[in-house]
Design a protein around this ligand. Structure first.
Ligand SMILES: [Mn+2]
Length: 265
């Protein structure tokens, strides 16, 4: 049995399947962790999500911002932005099943066997792993609840405070979603700056993983979301897997058991 992680698919079905065949992925023995953003912008979001849905026993997804947006549009009856290229997904007979399935998936997981924490955008430096997993569970309770529409309706926008838990469930939800699915740079106060997206070399702000807390961590932190990093964090234990396949780059697969990386081309 092997454990693998793959960065953002974003509808790039052909490179996804190519990577799985390169490592002879066997859904009856192996497990695949997808770091999120399975869909949106790329040529075949339906192909990607349907494959994941059909092989769900062998796959765990840590949801990304595009996955949450798809669930939100669906539950709130909103039309997706044409540039996301999700029309086929919305008109699929399995559309509601896909949405229900995604709502069963977490925002973060921890794999004890390879001491690895996985989420779409990363972990806030002020959160330890136990806190982070509790926060992931808390947000999941909200998006699996009867009040799911209320949470998704009000999910967007910068939260004023980063520090949780708060008394207000919606504030907690926004903070957790922003950290796990949208975070890149932090202000010196620890607040998220959600407006900058580029390469850290061109910013005066600090990427979340540059915090000194990660220098003495025994665990690995695996994330996607930030294509401008081109798979590099310059940290031994912080591993960036979004290598911009949808923008003409590669897709990256990581063997979580031995650290070996595979690129789609
Ligand atoms: Mn993302």
């Amino acid at each position: 049995m092997a454990n693998y992680a793959i960065g953002d698919l974003q509808g790039c079905f052909t490179p996804f399947i190519k990577l799985l065949s390169e490592v002879s992925f066997n859904p009856s023995k192996d497990h695949l962790y997808l770091v999120g953003d399975l869909i949106a912008r790329g040529p075949d979001s339906l192909g990607c999500l349907d494959f994941v849905y059909q092989n769900q026993d062998a796959i765990t997804v840590t949801l990304g911002n595009h996955d949450l947006h798809y669930i939100a549009c669906s539950l709130l009856g909103r039309k997706p932005n044409p540039k996301d290229k999700l029309t086929e997904l919305f008109s699929s007979p399995l559309h509601n099943n896909y949405v229900s399935y995604l709502r069963t998936q977490p925002l973060a997981v921890y794999l004890k066997s390879c001491a690895s924490f996985i989420s779409h955008a990363g972990i806030h430096p002020s959160w330890n792993i136990a806190d982070a997993l509790n926060f992931s569970k808390l947000a999941q309770q909200y998006y699996q609840s009867e009040e799911v529409e209320y949470f998704f309706e009000n999910m967007y926008g910068q939260n004023d405070i980063n520090f949780i838990p708060n008394e207000d469930p919606l504030t907690n939800f926004k903070i957790i979603v922003n950290v796990f699915t949208r975070m890149r740079f932090l202000e010196s106060s620890g607040h998220l700056n959600l407006s900058q997206k580029g390469n850290p070399a061109q910013s005066h702000l600090q990427p979340w993983f540059e915090h000194s807390r990660f220098d003495c961590e025994q665990n690995n932190f695996i994330f996607g979301h930030w294509a401008a990093l081109e798979g590099k964090t310059h940290k031994r234990n912080v591993l960036a897997l979004d290598t911009g396949c949808v923008w003409g780059g590669n897709m990256t697969l990581l063997n979580l058991d031995n650290g070996e990386r595979f690129l789609s081309k």
